[in-house]
Write a protein of this length. Sequence first.
Length: 427
Amino acid sequence: MRIFLTGASGFLGQHLIPVLLAAQHEIIACTRQPARWQALWPQVQWVACDYTQDHQPSVWVSRLTGVDVVINAVGIIQESKQQRFDDLHTHAPIALFQAAEQLGIRRVLQISALGAEAETYTAYQHSKQAADSALWQLDVEPIIVYPSIVVGRGGGSTTLFSALAALPVMPLIGDGQQRLQPIHIDDFTASIVRLIDNWSGHQRLALVGKEEVSFAELLRLLRQWLQLPPAPTLALPLAIMRPLARVNDVLKIGALNSDTLAMLQRGNYADVQPLVAATGHTPQPLAHALAAQPTVTGDRWQARLWLLSPLLRFCIAFVWIWTGIVSACLYPSADSYTLLAATGVTGAVLAPLALYGAAALDFALGLATLFAYRLRWVVAVQCSLMLGYTVLISFGLSELWLHPFGPISKNLPLLAATLIMLVLEER
């Protein structure tokens, strides 16, 4: 069959593509940057789309020519300025579904989220439910699946929980007994393919694992998968976690925010038997699924470095911000002018301009680093400045190379740390 897949470059989409190809299906994959993915899967037909703007059925009609099945796998767990829940989860999918109806495409599979089928209580779930309801009312044969936490390499939840599991002391949210029923990505894709190959429309199915686990047990399983020794746990009261989640609503570090905390506390589980009956496939126990894909060094590196990445960014931002404040406000200006004169910067206009201009630039670069604003450009400027400062001071104030506090030599590890930060912050 000819399958149209949205969200093809996301976690679920990237795992669905090879499984669908192995099942001899043709794929039209929709993503914002098709050229980037063409080399990886040349047998896939890649088309450009923009879920933030493609909100009219007419935009999708030409893309759906000759399609037998539509799969919507678009999803974000956290909003940003560029990506809003309503745009990606509601408006774009509804336009896609309406276009499919216009063309007589009967088979439409919507990947929603567990909890969106019931009374919603977060913006994330509400946006999913709105698209689900619109699809159900169309003249098509829909299947709507509601995945629980999907565990697998590259998954946002897996990355976050693995990072927590890799800490010397594993932090629990509350008592850590939240009820979860995660499904491994291999069982997720196997279930989707079976639903497509044996289509029976007008179904709503929870995609959950074989058995429930607590949040504490999930962390233990992931730590065991990472091949790390057992670690003690630390219960973090909800009175602490809720304010931290609200702070992360702004900072957006990882997937733990007010919405995901609320969903975690409510639980994420369902009866697996309807899924087994519909697909003929029984998901594996999570421990078995993880053991079938042993970790490599890169998995442990990612788990251990993931939480250090924002810490590194905050520390580098602090250095630049504090340097700007000290230079402009706290360090004696006469002493600053003396240092500038040693490098050849003098004059009633040039010296103050250099002093306060550099301080303002340092402060601005620090703020940009703190909020990860255009980080590639910021890092390029920071590295250029550090190299320039080092060369300039080496000629004008070479004695500082011998200073016990290392005011120049410290630029070298800071330069390396800045480059490492850029790599760790890559999304």
